[in-house]
Write a protein that binds this ligand. Structure first.
Ligand SMILES: [Zn+2]
Length: 153
């Protein structure tokens, strides 16, 4: 057999990383209306959604601090989806939102589709509104939770 078995790999990962915030914890917080991130002890950058390493300096996360983001940010890019994956209802808008704390978060936009096509929304200020629970399909391990942003007044 080539390589390591799953148990060996998991044991090594357990030693190398200590996840301060798991995907399930991040999604549960979203459902409560809280946008969380992980603050890097090495460089101070905030990572969200959670990864195993800092998204700026690639330091593996150990006992790093979980912080609550302001929920404010701006649209960096977006597109209207007309041909969705199984189980999703088109049209809807997906976007990258750069939060005020730094991380770019993949999200949904709660904006009228016609407005999104007519107006150029890149650079517009947005606020975290709620979590969207998206049904899983044969390619996922269950439902997915996604932050929804709306245009700031
Ligand atoms: Zn870092």
């Amino acid at each position: 057999m080539v390589g390591k078995d799953e148990e060996e790999v998991l044991a090594e990962m357990e030693k190398a990383y200590k996840y301060p915030l798991t995907k399930d914890q991040w999604e549960a917080a979203l459902k409560e209306g809280r946008l969380l991130g992980i603050k890097c002890k090495e460089c101070g950058a905030v990572t969200a959604p959670p990864f195993s390493v800092c998204q700026r300096c690639q330091t593996p996360f150990k006992d790093f601090e979980v912080v609550e983001l302001s929920g404010k940010g701006e649209i960096m890019s977006y597109t209207v989806i007309y041909v969705p994956p199984e189980g999703l209802e088109p049209p809807y808008i997906v976007a990258f939102v750069k939060t005020n704390e730094g991380p770019w978060i993949p999200a949904r936009l709660d904006v009228d589709v016609e407005k999104a096509q007519k107006d150029f929304l890149v650079g517009k200020k947005v606020t975290f509104k709620e979590a969207a629970v998206l049904p899983g399909d044969k390619h996922t391990s269950g439902d997915r939770v996604c932050p929804v942003f709306t245009l700031a007044e």
